[in-house]
Unconditional design. Structure first.
Length: 534
């Protein structure tokens, strides 16, 4: 059964507007470009779009460095364009989720400029975290920025300010009530304009504790926080991540309880989704208690190995943890910060099979632009990179530009129909086959698979919703479960075809390859997911 509240089982599509579609030829995507592509998204079958930040910003961190959260950056358009986009999305039956960045402002925000122009101890400085350095001239503590290098930068009069990310992103001091009041204004501004919800950036980061205390091993923690740091064992990683003085502190929950009241005071089921990296994952349920946020991104599948047991364990754990607080699960395969799924798993087939698996699970799904096209990461020369994570790590961390390359819309057009100007990141010259128009109507392509699976999520009574899943024992390397009424889901995560006994009578959808169904036995190709109808 479908959920009564739209967001609980929605398919939400992430638009990274800078790379989506450029309507005015300046080489950067914009809001009019998103409006142009809404019919494509409607046809794809998504329920909502989440737009990464389009607010005023010097763009040092792809717009996550906001200098005016209640205005649109001219590169993207105007507030009127934002209103036109929200209205047009609504007209097409698509909800609109905005991104909100509460952990930090841009150093170009008027508050930070005022803080720099004001004396030590002033209330202008108390909106951020300014501190004296240590007597030996080093920063107030040994914390590192997530992007590398120290988390502190010194200003002219000798004080230091805290920035968990780039030095252009000073962290806000949420103990100052002015910060809360200002964010309330921002929430209301966008809610009044018609947004249906917010994605909350670094939702686990706003409250800091023990700000003057050194960490025992800051370099180890920095490595543990890296998404691509796969050499560290799970246990060692968990040790580093379990108790960090700047993440997942009790104070963040006070903020979200206030925000929930604001969201609830508006009509139309407004929602919120937390980007909160918490350890162990069971702590995530605390963010989606009844009086806090609505959803939390479940990032298990952003990093998961292509291993049936590991995937089954992750699904069971997630569903059990969230059930305790009555929140729906979410499933995320990629986003603007991580490797594209087909590159991470090393094959298009595995990417498609994983997508179909998550599309069959209870709760909501998030799809990152280009995921539906099966886009891989782009190979970029270092000279093209723009991500501060690349620069702050001295080039050790290649950063996130590889998954932010502009979308190929048309195989035969200049810059694949993304822009008539020079794209802000170069697009690979061999992406013709990924272009949306080249894939249209190709039953073997990724785009058609996403379309069909999203259509079935709407039409099939067992898909979407939050109903139970019933596991069936199956051969090693495979997953087998049912969702009622009448749907049977099978995954072969091994490199060879497997025979599985099934009760389903008809193949509804296959992620790739050609399964055979004879007398209750399914021969399922390698790295494939199949949906069967009983
Ligand atoms: C979040 C965003 C990321 C950004 C960071 C700092 O993790 O997803 O893109 O760099 O916050 O705002």
């Amino acid at each position: 059964m479908k959920s009564e509240l739209w967001w609980r089982d929605a398919a939400i599509y992430q638009v990274y507007p800078r790379s989506f579609r450029d309507s005015n030829g300046d080489g950067e995507g914009d809001l009019q470009g998103v409006i142009e592509k809404l019919p494509y998204l409607q046809e794809l079958g998504i329920d909502a779009i989440w737009l990464s930040p389009f607010y005023k910003s010097p763009n040092k961190d792809g717009g996550y460095d906001v200098s005016d959260p209640r205005d649109v950056d001219p590169r993207f358009g105007t507030v009127l364009d934002a209103k036109a986009l929200i209205d047009e999305a609504h007209r097409l039956g698509i909800k609109f989720i905005a991104d909100i960045v509460p952990n930090h402002f841009s150093a170009d925000h008027i508050w930070f400029k005022a803080a720099l122009a004001s004396p030590q101890g002033s209330h202008e400085r108390s909106r951020f975290h300014f501190r004296e350095g240590k007597p030996d001239g080093t920063p107030p503590n040994n914390w590192n920025s997530i992007f590398g290098g120290p988390a502190w930068t010194q200003v002219e009069d000798g004080q230091w300010y805290l920035h968990l990310f780039d030095s252009s992103q000073p962290d806000l001091n949420w103990e100052n009530p002015e910060v809360m009041a200002d964010f309330e204004k921002t929430l209301r501004f966008w809610l009044d304009l018609g947004v249906d919800g917010f994605r909350i950036d670094v939702a686990h980061g706003c409250a800091k504790e023990e700000i003057l205390v050194d960490l025992p091993d800051p370099a180890g923690l920095t490595n543990a926080l890296r998404l691509d740091y796969l050499d560290m064992s799970k246990e060692v990683r968990a040790g580093y991540l379990s108790n960090i003085p700047f993440f997942d502190r009790e104070g963040v929950h006070e903020i979200y309880r206030e925000w929930r009241k604001i969201l609830d005071s508006y009509s139309g089921d407004r929602m919120s989704v937390a980007e909160a990296w918490v350890y162990p994952s069971s702590r995530g349920a605390r963010y989606v208690r009844q009086d806090e946020l609505h959803q939390i991104f479940n990032f298990d599948f952003l990093m998961i190995e292509w291993d049936a047991q590991v995937m089954a364990d992750a699904i069971k754990k997630t569903l059990a943890e969230l059930k305790e607080v009555g929140a729906p699960a979410t499933w995320v395969l990629c986003n603007h910060d991580s490797s594209r799924v087909v590159s991470r798993l090393g094959s298009a087939e595995k990417g498609r099979a994983l997508a179909m698996l998550t599309h069959s699970l209870p709760g909501g799904i998030y799809i990152y632009q280009g995921e539906e096209l099966g886009l891989p990461n782009a190979d970029l020369p270092d000279s093209a990179r723009q991500d501060p994570a690349f620069f702050r790590s001295g080039g050790k961390d290649k950063g996130r530009d590889m998954c932010r390359v502009p979308i190929p819309w048309e195989a035969a057009s200049e810059n694949y129909g993304y822009s008539t100007g020079k794209p802000w990141l170069p697009q690979p010259t061999d992406w013709q086959r990924y272009a949306a128009d080249a894939q249209k109507g190709d039953p073997a392509g990724s785009l058609e698979l996403y379309r069909k699976s999203l259509a079935l999520r709407h039409s099939h009574p067992a898909l979407g919703g939050e109903g139970e899943i019933t596991w069936i024992d199956s051969a090693p390397g495979t997953l087998h479960f049912t969702r009622e009424p009448g749907l049977e889901v099978l995954v072969n995560a091994t490199p060879a075809p497997v025979e599985i006994k099934v009760s389903g009578k008809e193949i509804l959808l296959t992620s790739s390859g050609e399964p055979e169904l004879n007398d209750g036995v399914l021969i399922i190709p390698a790295d494939t997911t199949v949906w069967l109808q009983r």
